[in-house]
Design a protein around this ligand. Structure first.
Ligand SMILES: C[S@@+](CC[C@H](N)C(=O)[O-])C[C@H]1O[C@@H](n2cnc3c(N)ncnc32)[C@H](O)[C@@H]1O
Length: 261
């Protein structure tokens, strides 16, 4: 082998090792820098389409779940005189719940994915009776911008599957609720043990979590609400949603509940 051939062979081996390494490093860097942003954008684009089928099917059931909110009185004397409630919605996403809130409610939102903001405000414009207070881009596990004992109602629909800690989120919900305030939740849950769906949810959960922005299939949220023992009263029930096809079949077991401070 001539010296020139040996040099070009070495260069070939060198580039075989360094090219994948550099590409890997570049992808790792891009994922570290923009990964969350890309995932947030993808999830917001996905959910704004998926929610149309979900919420139109569930509208009547959700309406009766939220109905008792109309009878809730504010803990704030001035607001009570004006029949106004202060509501905080965590993980509001595109804003699917405006229609269930009593007229004149003051609404605050804690939502970590800023890509939902434009669609949220587009929907908010259709409900001029709701007074928008603040849209806070943050996680529900740490709502330092919301004062202790300051809201009458906290709402969460399909959010507790995605928070990093359900227990910490419930503590925060309890902290911000005024005495007598209510937490309304509507979540998909892990099916009861020894069912096929329970097993499928356990197996799929890690991949699902990666694909759907941190959504866990294997959380028994109803048990966590009861187990955290921070609320004075909890009323909840499990039910199956009437959607069965595709992704809906996997998350068909739900819980709806109200927990009182
Ligand atoms: C499946 S979407 C549901 C959106 C809306 N609540 C609905 O019912 O259409 C889940 C929502 O939870 C939000 N979310 C994820 N992690 C969160 C966290 N740690 N704190 C608050 N919201 C969170 C997501 O950004 C998204 O808006």
């Amino acid at each position: 082998m001539t010296e020139k051939n040996a040099d070009s062979n070495n260069m070939g081996i060198f580039s075989c090792i360094t090219t994948p390494l550099l590409v890997g490093l570049l992808l790792y860097g891009l994922n570290k820098t923009f990964g969350k942003t890309i995932k947030n954008w993808l999830f917001a684009s996905f959910w704004k389409r998926a929610m149309i089928e979900y919420h139109s099917t569930m509208r009547e059931m959700k309406k009766s779940h939220f109905d008792s909110m109309q009878r809730q009185k504010s803990a704030d004397v001035d607001l009570r005189k004006k029949s106004v409630l202060r509501i905080l919605e965590i993980g509001a996403g595109p804003g699917a719940n405006f229609e269930f809130f009593p007229k004149n409610s003051k609404l605050m939102v804690v939502e970590p994915n800023a890509f939902f903001e434009p669609l949220f405000f587009e929907n908010e414009n259709k409900y001029p009776d709701i007074q928008m207070d603040k849209f806070i881009v943050s996680n529900a596990e740490d709502m330092k911008e919301v004062e202790d004992n300051s809201v009458d109602i906290v709402v969460s629909t399909l959010v507790l599957c995605s928070v990093t800690s359900v227990e910490q989120t419930l503590k925060e919900v309890h902290r911000v609720l005024a005495p007598g305030g209510k937490f309304y939740y509507w979540e998909h849950v892990h099916d009861k043990p020894e069912t096929w769906l329970c097993l499928i949810q356990s197996i799929l959960s890690p991949v699902w979590c990666f694909l759907f922005d941190g959504c866990n299939l294997n959380r028994s949220i109803d048990q966590t609400v009861l187990g955290c023992k921070v609320f004075s009263q909890v009323e909840q029930k499990r039910f199956n949603i009437p959607l069965k096809k595709g992704i809906w079949g996997i998350i068909r077991v739900h819980v709806m509940g109200q927990a009182t401070k």
